[in-house]
Design a binder for this molecule. Structure first.
Ligand code: ASP
Ligand code: MG
Length: 597
């Protein structure tokens, strides 16, 4: 019998009418001959209310007690949901995370799932029950209640779908599906019928706000098709599926992460190990560092800037201030009023000039870019928060995301045939491959070396709107293909721009760089003919903050200096000196031997 997992978010169970409506959806699926597992969030804003209450009593409540408290929200809704289904004359049993056997680690308030037992759910289903699972929670080895992090019910739902081999995982929410950007931020956002796991991973983490990103990691790892749809209507919604083929459109979505903070560390030694020393204590605190940029060294020291979620800024600074002093560096200016705007699309890996277009459109809108990072399928810029919405709107319009396009929705080629029990086979396979390491263990599928590139840096260039746009337009006009772009942050007026090009195009690129430097009055153009780009790709790279750190550690231990870094959900790239490439590759392979599946 087909099995469906249906997840209802807080807004979809906010009051008794909505709970009854959700119950009817489940009953309908049951009557159509499916086994049904519901995953339910806390009612409405109940989790927020509980958090507020806790803060009234204790500003820094113990994490264990926080989980004890927050898990009650979901316990209320599962019980009411079971009563709703019972009132319709159907059998239902509600279960907490612990009763299901969702085993997690002990990191309270951000626990990761290790394993899930299916016996009890399966028995109840075979007995004709609708099973109602509390989202967002589990238990650790000592039976302490844990929670998976805000928004974690999505992750519960996709994880249950994976282990049960469900045919569909439906996520019912208060929007119609996945949009080209968050429709609450931009009304012109458009529904997409289909988006690939990789794009969605970037968009979820970038703040598109629809899905918990670890749920997409589960989807990708266990090949669970995820169907995001409205709980208020029966419109089809959006599918998040496997990736194959590419769309002709370079960008599939744009995202705004509003509350970012920029932290700078200045005058630290530009030698192997510095990056590792700085980021290790941050990773220990499980703070996710996002954009990391490093200035090219001047006089043996370097400056490093990075972004963290605004609310973690104080903790992040606290974590590193000692080591920065030990390194004889200084904390630079930090900025709490910045936001990140990103464009994401599998299509941009195949097309040149996508970054230029984004920079030009932002320049024309008068938006200054404080930091730029690019990866294979994502371009991100950091801007002042008061222009963030305008920047998002500009990027969204530039890539015509506000226009209907049939082919955007065809970017992922694999058809989802709902009756094909594809996820059950792969779940078993994947769990075997993970060899008891836990369902949310890091999974690395490639470690690679690119030995073909050169680096160019424009040092201390006056930063104003249009700088990046005109530079990269001219580079493109010279026929030069650019791979990584990093603009680091000196002050509000001064920046360094570093980019990598194919080595055989270095001289053309240098000519352009020198001309731009002369015209703008930059301090100088620096370059290195032979750099090596080392990449680690896989699933869970960013939520496992250890990956970038593991790379930094492995390279530092072997005396290899890191010159550039960029991170995305699916890949972490570092640039090192060309002569260190082969050795770096070997050391990374050793360091990640346990995580390569
Ligand atoms: N109730 C939890 C929260 O508000 C989990 C969820 O809704 O997914 O974060
Ligand atoms: Mg949610």
């Amino acid at each position: 019998m087909p099995l469906i997992v249906q997840k209802f978010g807080g807004t979809s169970v906010a009051n008794s009418d909505k709970i009854l409506a959700a119950a009817r959806k489940a009953v309908r699926a049951h009557q159509q001959g499916n086994q049904v597992v519901m995953v339910v969030s806390a009612m409405g804003k109940n989790t927020d209310t509980l958090i507020k209450l806790s803060k009234e009593i204790n500003e820094k409540p113990p994490a264990r007690e926080m989980d004890m408290l927050l898990s009650t929200g979901e316990q209320v809704s599962v019980a009411l949901m079971a009563m709703a289904i019972d009132s319709m004359g159907f059998k239902a049993v509600s279960l907490t995370g612990g009763q299901i056997g969702i085993k997690t680690d002990s990191s309270h308030t951000k626990a990761r799932i290790h394993s899930i037992s299916t016996d009890r759910m399966q028995r109840l289903l075979d007995d004709g029950n609708i099973v109602i699972a509390a989202g967002f929670q589990g238990i650790d080895e000592d039976l302490n209640i844990t929670t998976l992090g805000r928004g974690g019910s999505d992750t519960t739902a996709v994880a249950l779908a994976a282990v049960l081999g469900a045919d569909q995982c439906e996520i019912y929410t208060d929007v119609d599906g996945i949009y080209t950007t968050d429709p609450r931020k931009l009304p012109e956002a458009r529904l997409v019928k289909r988006v690939c796991y990789d794009e969605m991973l970037e968009l979820a983490s970038l703040g598109a706000g629809v899905m918990h990103s670890r749920s997409i990691e589960f989807g990708k790892k266990f090949n669970v098709p995820i169907h995001v749809r409205s709980s208020l209507s029966d419109v089809p919604g959006s599918l998040i599926v496997d990736t194959a083929g590419t769309s002709s459109l370079p960008v599939s979505g744009a995202a705004l992460t509003r509350d970012e903070a920029l932290i700078s560390v200045v005058d630290v030694p530009d030698v192997a190990g510095t990056i590792h020393k700085i980021f290790a204590p941050i990773a220990d605190k499980k703070i996710t560092v996002d954009m990391i940029v490093q200035n090219v060294s001047a006089g043996g020291t370097t400056d490093i800037s990075f972004t963290v979620p605004n609310e973690e800024m104080t903790d992040a600074i606290g974590a590193i201030s000692r080591i920065v002093t030990d390194l004889r560096g200084k904390m630079g200016a930090s900025d709490q009023h910045v936001s990140k705007v990103s464009a994401v699309g599998l299509g941009m890996a195949q097309q040149a000039g996508v970054a230029n277009r984004m920079f030009r459109s932002l320049a024309d809108a008068g938006v200054n870019l404080q930091i730029i990072t690019t990866s294979e399928i994502k371009i991100s810029v950091l801007v002042k928060r008061d222009v963030a919405i305008e920047a998002l709107r500009t990027v969204h319009a530039e890539f015509e995301l506000d226009q209907p396009h049939d082919d955007t929705d065809a970017a992922c080629a694999n058809e989802v045939t709902s009756k094909e029990p594809k996820s059950s086979i792969s779940a078993v396979e994947v769990i075997n491959r993970l060899q008891g390491a836990g369902m949310e263990a890091l999974m690395i599928d490639d470690i690679a070396l690119d030995n073909t590139q050169a680096r160019i840096t424009l040092q201390k260039i006056p930063n104003q709107p249009g700088l990046a746009a005109s530079l990269f337009e001219r580079v493109a006009a010279a026929g030069v293909f650019v791979d990584m772009i990093v603009q680091s942050h000196g002050s509000d007026q001064i920046a360094d721009i570093t980019f990598t090009v194919r080595r055989d195009q270095l001289s053309e690129a240098l000519q352009v760089a020198q001309a731009v430097c002369d015209e703008t009055g930059c301090q100088g153009v620096d370059h290195k003919e032979a750099i090596a780009k080392l990449s680690v790709s896989g699933i869970g790279l960013r939520s496992h903050t250890g990956v970038a750190i593991g790379m930094f550690a492995a390279l530092a231990d072997n005396g290899i200096n890191v010159e550039m870094v960029n991170t995305s959900e699916v890949q972490v790239n570092v640039v090192v000196d060309g002569t260190d490439g082969e050795k770096g590759l070997e050391k990374l392979k050793e360091a990640f031997a346990d995580s390569v599946r």
